[in-house]
Design a protein. Sequence first.
Length: 202
Amino acid sequence: MNIKDHARRKPRVHSWATLSNEQISKILSLSERDPLVHDIRDVVLIATGTGIRAGELRDLQWTDVDLSRRELTIRSNSGSIRKVPLGDETLGVFEARRARQPELELVLGVSPRRVIERVSRKLAVLSKSIGIGSISMYLLRRTFAARLVNSGANIWSVMGIMGWSMPRSITHGQHSAPGSLVHVAGGIPSDQRNQRIGEKLY
């Protein structure tokens, strides 16, 4: 492809449908009687509360979860490390899970890959019940990003929490001064709606 061809290419259009708190509550409610209830609830709330990727959650160790400091250390496959503060609900999920499995090394237990796969299959089934095309780990992560943007977080805070190396085309509404990550991730109103965001954030 030459330079002229590249210049004529149209920018990709990214769908930014995300989950509202009402939809997340419905997912959790529908899974209450499921044998995987703890795993489904934990994966959904951790992903929408931290923006962690599926592979990062699979490899997450308890040594990377600092409950006293309310902080999560996420190590990506590329070797980068980022710190994500824990809000009250997400902290409660980690505390409850740790109490159920105090001897394990990995947050998702001895077979984290299987946990992710089983939860992903269950979410795909639940998506039909609540009228969503597909509930995936990527959708849960995207929902967290939308929360950050809708809470008024500036681009640098969003980049730090999400683990992005470059800005993701936030074109307006990001005029606040750089704030602490604790305020951005831990101080999001619990009733914040996150169905769609106007910015092209991807």
